[in-house]
Design a protein around this ligand. Structure first.
Ligand code: NAP
Length: 289
């Protein structure tokens, strides 16, 4: 019996993955990691083996990963010492005898040298440490979450989209679809040694997003390709810490450079149905934005 542990279980992707996993395998085969297990009381009540662990505390991870065959390693949040935490996760997994690690990284363009602060160096270091670990590895390179668009576009997006994304397209993916694809990978065989790009089924430009938002709002919403400096100034004025403004600007420049434009069939092949489209999900996302 393969026992699967999902890290980041209190977060958006971990929770979606667990919800789909519980439809596919009995709870006795599932464990979930949380810094504060109280947050997962509902899963514990359903028979999931809830374990305590903190990415900053290697010993806690080694203990939490005991008896686990397959680990779903959800990357640490940006603006924390991600590489050190990832090193703890991999070392904890190896010390506990985990056979297979499924890592969630970020979509990238083949051969790209584009540098994103908080992203590129961490991704490279993590994939290197995974390759050197000796465990079986699966890498899920996740596209940008469609669910993050209200945050990425800012609080005034329903007036005008003002971001430095040029004419670049991005294959935004619904986090729900990522959860379903991740659950398939975790609960079926044949994925060791594979790298999947989990993108949406279409890549859309900011002009196309503006057209969808216009339909939602019932009026014309324009997209203006503002400069990086203007973007950061406006987002900081709207309350974002400057480093986060800089981070979002680099994300937009990555979109402009086509870093996230590739549409891959990997996700649809894994889930067996079409991916959620922006036209279908944005009305919900922006209704609550
Ligand atoms: P999320 O909702 O913020 O969840 C992050 C999870 O990580 C939470 O369960 C959190 O647990 C856990 N965590 C944070 N620090 C931890 C620590 N020191 N030890 C153990 N657990 C810790 O993020 P998400 O939406 O699920 O996304 C998952 C990851 O994808 C993010 O962490 C980030 O690396 C990456 N990401 C990707 C995109 C994209 O567009 N592809 C966008 C945003 C983020 P607590 O409840 O204890 O805080």
């Amino acid at each position: 019996m393969t026992k699967i542990l999902v890290t980041g279980a209190t977060g958006g992707l971990g929770r979606q993955t667990l919800d789909f996993l519980l439809q596919r395998v009995p709870p006795v085969r599932i464990a979930a990691l949380a810094r504060d297990p109280v947050k997962l009381a509902d899963l514990a009540a359903r028979g999931v083996d809830v374990r305590q662990g903190d990415y900053h505390d290697r010993a806690s991870l080694k203990a939490a990963f005991q008896g686990i065959d397959r680990l779903f390693f959800i990357s640490a949040p940006s603006f924390t010492n991600m590489v050190e935490q990832h090193r703890n996760i991999v070392a904890g997994a190896m010390a506990a005898g985990v056979q297979h690690i499924v890592y969630t990284g970020i979509q990238r363009r083949e051969g790209s040298g584009f540098v994103m602060d908080q992203v590129t160096a961490t991704e490279n270091a993590t994939e290197e440490m995974l390759a050197a670990s000796g465990a079986g590895i699966t890498v899920l390179r996740n596209a940008t979450y469609m669910d993050a668009l209200p945050f990425l576009l800012g609080p005034k997006a329903l007036n005008e989209i003002r971001v430095p994304a040029g004419k670049g397209a991005s294959a935004f993916v619904a986090r729900r679809d990522l959860g379903e694809a991740s659950a398939v990978v975790l609960s079926t065989e044949g994925h060791m040694g594979k790298t999947y790009t989990l993108s949406g089924g279409v890549a859309v430009t900011m002009d196309e997003i503006a057209a969808i938002l216009s339909q939602i709002a019932g009026r014309t919403i324009r997209y203006t390709d503002v400069s990086v400096a203007t973007f950061i100034k406006e987002r900081v004025a709207a309350g974002l810490p400057e480093p986060v403004g800089v981070f979002l600007a680099s994300w937009m420049q990555a979109i402009a450079a086509g870093e996230f434009a590739t549409v891959s069939s990997d996700l649809e092949r894994l889930i067996g149905h079409p991916a959620v489209t922006p036209a279908a999900l944005l009305p919900t996302l922006f209704a609550t934005a």
